[in-house]
Design a protein around this ligand. Structure first.
Ligand SMILES: Cc1cc2nc3c(=O)[nH]c(=O)nc-3n(C[C@H](O)[C@H](O)[C@H](O)COP(=O)(O)O)c2cc1C
Length: 176
């Protein structure tokens, strides 16, 4: 099974990238993961949409070829980070490579609410007519994320890990 992990942060110190590494640690033998290189994506521009840079051609290929998407969003100012929204805007055009893909959405914030507001916005965005992704019904909000994951992706909180494993196992069943 091939899964694309899209983490909505381009920071090397990203707390959400810690969550992304958890998937490698725990499912790396069962799943072929690709971590989407979000930092390579230019700003969306309709003028270059039909003759896009190589990074956009590659983005479309990665989305079209994956069996499913794990979408890990931070929350910036009660919403989806601009870099992630920009990627989705690109992917909503031309070949529309997210259309009909099953998306497992989760995210971590350093505050208590664990990206719930960003995920509510993301739910609307993923359902928009250009995107039309299919949202996996189990979603996870991880508050105090920096205390729950080590930088190399070890989960330090048993309850969080239990819910993560349950959701990921069910996601794999849904895809099989
Ligand atoms: C510009 C900015 C806005 C933020 N807004 C929120 C917010 O609305 N809600 C929240 O829970 N955390 C917010 N935070 C804190 C983030 O949860 C925290 O920085 C988190 O580590 C971001 O994810 P990342 O490290 O993967 O980029 C904000 C952080 C930044 C830099």
């Amino acid at each position: 099974m091939k899964l694309l992990i899209v983490t909505g942060s381009i920071s090397k110190q990203s707390n959400n990238k810690r969550i992304a590494r958890w998937f490698d640690r725990n499912y790396g033998e069962a799943v072929e993961f690709t971590h989407f290189p979000l930092e390579t994506i230019p700003m969306y521009n309709m003028d270059i949409e039909h003759d896009p840079p190589a990074e956009i051609v590659e983005m479309r290929r990665l989305f079209l070829e994956t069996d499913g998407i794990i979408l890990i969003t931070p929350e910036y100012n009660h919403s989806v980070p601009g870099v992630l929204k920009n990627l989705i805007d690109w992917a909503s055009r031309s070949k529309r490579p997210i259309k009909d893909k099953l998306v497992f959405m989760l995210g971590g914030s350093t505050g208590r609410f664990g990206t719930i507001r960003a995920q509510m916005h993301l739910t609307q965005i993923l359902a928009s007519p250009g995107v039309e992704a299919i949202l996996f019904p189990r979603q996870l909000q991880i508050g105090r994320v920096h205390e729950k994951f080590s930088p190399d992706g070890e989960c330090l909180d048993a309850t969080t890990e239990k819910y993560l494993k349950r959701a990921m196992d069910e996601f794999m069943v849904a895809l099989s």
